[in-house]
Design a protein around this ligand. Structure first.
Ligand SMILES: *Cc1c(COP(=O)(O)O)cnc(C)c1O
Length: 512
């Protein structure tokens, strides 16, 4: 891209009086600013860029070429499951019959859309081994909060409001303690053993000390190191015996999909990240979807709306098709938050991100019962292949089989001073998205690689070769790696400056 010609910002291309639009001739000009109260009107014109249409098109086309997505190349971002987003999902979500729906239209007029919604709820319940799902939450972290609210409501209903502690392993994703805190619960950290699994002796000690105050334990399995927790059945039993519930962070469900179910491991509440496990696009802030499932006996705490299937009318009643209904909950006497009975009320707007759900459901149907079981084993095979082929150059802190992702602790050879950050930046020069770095926090130089089940052996081999090349460069020319990237539109940025003094608008940048 020619930056001097096209400029960095649309504001820099602005020339007073240039226009890139024309209003339709029948444009209704009756709505003028005169209808706005004086106090709300601008006193001077907004400082908007003034550009012709071709300049605008070139500017944004060039910007889009700087983007990197799964469709551009290998994207091994650990814990994020950046799998391929099949095109058929997009086609279905774009169908006018779905995309043109209004969330308030009567249920009789959108039975097909409600059927999809209902079927997705049922499919997720079957895959998770749980009783019922809400599709309302809009992301994994939102699901965590919703799930913890369900757990809190459960303890309140049992007259145990003093159960306010949430046990969370120190390997957990940062959203786990954050969600617990937002829910008004208190986080208690459970230590991990050197192999990354839960220190059960520490858990025992915590339960002995404060068991009657424990609301829940949150777990990710396989955990954020890609390790399956071998003592999971014992752990869920211990927490249940102490009166707490088990929450399953489903971000790593891809490793187990269709093979092994959180409900069967003893979990009571979980979320699923549709934008990870179920192939819907993510990155750049969404949209996502974080459905929450519960085991039998907790359904009444789930939020509204709920989509239900009525028994199909009998032949004598003259119909055959089932009827799908929406329950938005009753408006409570004290407010209009939709809270009714024991339900949480509503946690999001209307039905949640319906387009994301359509894509996830299309993915489930494309795989079917038979192929869904191949996802976890293939993702696991790919991760272990990478692990075995990179372990001579990259430090492997945990031996043995991993699940769908592998964590290295930087380069084996620490004498060069080349860090995980440097390796990640150098990968950009070779046209790869960087793996997740410096997470999990258990190691100093975490480099977390998740290939997913989609990648061919050729793609993975090419990536492995580049990782070996970078390890060799770190020895022969460490400066080259430490100053990377060299081939990207922008070189090494100052992360600290960017975080401490962010310049978020063009006008602000002129002041600085
Ligand atoms: C991604 C992730 C989350 C949070 O999910 P979002 O959809 O990004 O909010 C939680 N836990 C783990 C382990 C994750 O990888």
């Amino acid at each position: 891209m020619n930056r001097t010609l096209y400029g960095n910002l649309i504001f820099e291309l602005s020339k007073k009086g240039r226009k890139g639009y024309s209003l339709p001739q029948d444009y209704d000009r009756t709505h003028t600013t005169a209808e706005l109260p004086e106090a709300l009107r601008r006193s001077e014109a907004a400082r908007l860029p003034e550009c012709d249409e071709l300049t605008v098109v070139r500017h944004y086309t060039n910007l889009s070429h700087n983007n990197f997505g799964v469709n551009d190349g290998f994207y091994p971002l650990g814990s994020c499951t950046m799998k391929y987003n099949p095109v058929i999902n997009e086609e279905i979500a774009a169908m006018k019959a779905f995309a043109g729906l209004h969330p308030l239209q009567p249920a009789e007029t959108c039975q097909g859309a409600l059927e999809v919604y209902y079927n997705l709820q049922q499919s997720l319940a079957e895959l998770a081994g749980l009783s019922e799902f809400t599709l309302n939450p809009c992301a994994g972290a939102h699901g965590e909060l919703t799930g913890l609210m369900v757990i809190r409501a459960y303890h309140e209903a049992k007259a145990h409001p003093s159960r306010t502690k949430v046990l969370i392993p120190d390997s957990a994703h940062g959203t786990n303690p954050a969600s617990a805190a937002v829910c008004g619960l208190e986080v208690v950290e459970v230590k991990s053993l050197p192999d990354g699994t839960v220190d059960v002796a520490h858990l025992r000690q915590l339960l002995d000390e404060m068991g009657d105050q424990v609301a829940a334990m949150m777990m990710t399995n396989p955990n954020t190191l890609g390790i399956f927790e071998p003592r999971v059945l014992g752990i869920t039993k211990m927490v249940h015996e102490a009166g707490g519930l088990m929450y399953y962070d489903g971000a790593n469900l891809n490793a187990l999909l269709g093979e092994c179910r959180p409900g069967d491991m003893g979990f009571d509440v979980m979320h699923i990240n549709l934008h990870k496990t179920f192939s819907t696009p993510h990155g750049g802030g969404g949209p996502g979807s974080g459905p929450v499932g519960v085991r039998k006996g907790l359904e009444q705490f789930l939020p509204y709306p709920r989509v239900k299937m009525e028994a199909p009318p009998t032949a004598t009643e003259g119909g055959t098709a089932p009827l799908f209904t929406v329950d938005f909950g009753k408006v409570s006497p004290s407010g209009d938050d939709g809270r009714a009975g024991t339900s949480l009320g509503s946690v999001g707007s209307f039905f949640g991100n319906y387009g994301v759900m359509l894509k996830a459901y299309a993915y489930i149907l494309s795989l079917g019962r038979e192929h869904v079981k191949q996802v976890g084993p293939l993702a696991t095979l790919n991760a272990n292949y990478i692990k075995e082929r990179l372990r001579d150059d990259y430090l492997l802190p945990i031996q043995g089989l991993c699940k769908h992702e592998v964590v290295f602790d930087g380069l084996v050879d620490k004498s060069t001073g080349v860090t995980t950050m440097d390796v990640a930046k150098r990968l950009l020069d070779y046209g790869y998205h960087a793996p997740t770095i410096y997470f999990p926090l258990l190691f100093h130089e975490s480099l977390m690689i998740e290939p997913t089940e989609n990648e061919s052996k050729e793609t993975i081999d090419a990536f492995i070769n580049v990782m070996h090349t970078i390890a060799a460069e770190a020895k022969s020319d460490p400066e080259l790696v430490k100053t990377a990237p060299h081939n990207t539109p922008i070189g090494r940025v100052d992360d600290v400056l960017a975080a401490k003094h962010p310049i978020t608008t063009y006008w602000k940048s002129l002041e600085n």
